[in-house]
Design a protein. Structure first.
Length: 155
């Protein structure tokens, strides 16, 4: 335990504030998405990631990595999105072991319909509390942290 660099008071306070902020922000955005679009924030994120991919299509493994989801969690979510006709799963032509997830036109329409309320909520709960300078600082801080984190999925 002697080799542990314990957090000092400022670091601990910053860490606890980060934990509380991300939990509350995620909760507020999820409640908004459930209320206004009838889907969890995680499903909105899947639709958004597919909408930005070429041909609105990603391998399931890539979608899991992008969303930091386990294979089983992403599979369950995509199955639910298929039931809504928002996503279509199909085998990958050049890799028989892979499955592709493709955003349908119906799914794209659901994403487009949900986006304005989501953006308003992000603005209300995050960016309206910050000055332009603070937005830049936040971007720089999060970029610095993100750049040193390992890639890959979480369980």
């Amino acid at each position: 335990m002697d080799d542990v660099r314990w957090l000092d008071g400022r670091e601990r306070h910053a860490w606890m504030t980060l934990l509380a902020t991300t939990a509350r922000l995620d909760g507020a955005l999820d409640r908004q998405m459930q209320r206004d679009a009838g889907m969890p924030l995680a499903y909105y994120q899947i639709l958004a990631m597919l909408s930005e991919a070429p041909q609105r299509t990603l391998r399931m493994t890539d979608l899991a990595e992008i969303t930091q989801s386990s294979q089983s969690r992403i599979s369950h979510a995509v199955k639910r999105l298929e039931l809504q006709s928002w996503v279509l799963r199909r085998p990958c032509a050049d890799d028989r072991r892979s499955t592709l997830a493709q955003l349908t036109d119906t799914g794209h329409a659901a994403l487009v319909a949900a986006a304005p309320a989501h953006v308003r909520a992000v603005r209300t709960h995050l960016f309206d509390a910050l000055s332009s300078e603070q937005v830049g600082q936040l971007r720089d801080i999060l970029g610095a942290v993100l750049s040193q984190l390992p890639d890959g999925q979480t369980g």
